[in-house]
Write a protein that binds this ligand. Sequence first.
Ligand SMILES: Cc1ncc(COP(=O)(O)O)c(C=O)c1O
Length: 398
Amino acid sequence: MPADAKTNNALEAPRLGEPYLLTPGPLTTAFSVKEAMLRDWGSWDGDFRAMTAELRRELLAIAEDETGEFDCVPMQGSGSFSVEAMLGSFVPRDGKVLVLMNGAYGQRIAQTLKYLGRAYVAVDKGDYMPPRGSEVAAALDADPAITHVVVVHCETSSGILNPLKEISEAVYSRGRKLLVDSMSAFGAVPAGVLDFRYEAIVSSANKCIEGVPGFGFVLARKSELEAAKDRSHSLSLDVHAQWAYLNKTGQWRFTPPTHVVAAFLEALRLHRKEGGVAGRGSRYAQNRDIMVSGMRQLGFETLLGDQWLSPIIVTFFSPAHPNFKFERFYELMKARGFIIYPGKLTVVDSFRIGCIGQMDGHVMRKVVAGAAESLAEMGVDSAAPPALALAERARLAA
Ligand SMILES: Cc1ncc(COP(=O)(O)O)c(C=O)c1O
């Protein structure tokens, strides 16, 4: 962790009585981020237009777009709105998409394409297995009609970090285009234009930049933005129209979330101060390492092997002990000041603990201590998962 990350006021505990959100966004934000929302802004005013310009510039800097080939288009709404905007704007109506699915957010991409009436096929790896470059290559070779591949960077439903580099190489070596949902990874995991090739990438305000919810953003190649004119199915989710209007007037097309933007600029300042993507990523990785090793000492098992664990969120199998009930564990953790997250696996019971937000190793040690106390209060003397969970993990890993 960079030296000044520890001393920035952002890593203070949340306000008295406010629990830590061990969830993958909304997450625990710095006090100064919340404070930045304590004034009103006129959306058409020059001051706010300058704030929007700064936001776009800063996000392009995080993506390390030194070539000037990309631009940043903020979109109102939650992250799913920006994913839908990206798909509806960059996939031509007669295009065909290969969706790489290994969890809920990949499935949502397929569902969105269905709504949009875009043809798609999927490589479905189930709850959490990673789609590999070789599988993408084989699927593209088998179907020359595919024009685009869409992938989730960190599949937040399991916490797996998908192998974007090999996927991107497979896509571009076969002359197709890549669109990325990097909602929960951008800002903490390298996702710049030089890290792997893509046409567009999406994230939102309330993830690794540590702002509050209210808008998402699309970073896209300008040539793709130009080609998207008149393509979108939707007035409000038309990325080209938003881009063109922003460039012409400096304003968002429709009412922007002014306070959220003000908070985001403060969040960006703290991101910079922490050392950008590298600094933020190393704090999150340290959070994960401390938390995972502590939980393993209590007997908990992670769903994924170490090489696939993201620094964003970790899935643990629920203990097999008959006294363990997730709802009770949740309440006991909450009483200690920690909001955890239910699991999303379909085959075995699980829960998730996030590593992102204004938290450091000191907090993560308290999370582990809170888990130990909660287990003791429930009368659970072993956190070992059922044999079925371990067998399922071994079967899928084979
Ligand atoms: C990878 C990913 N994609 C899409 C979304 C959807 O974002 P939202 O819930 O803000 O619509 C999320 C939310 O956590 C996510 O993690």
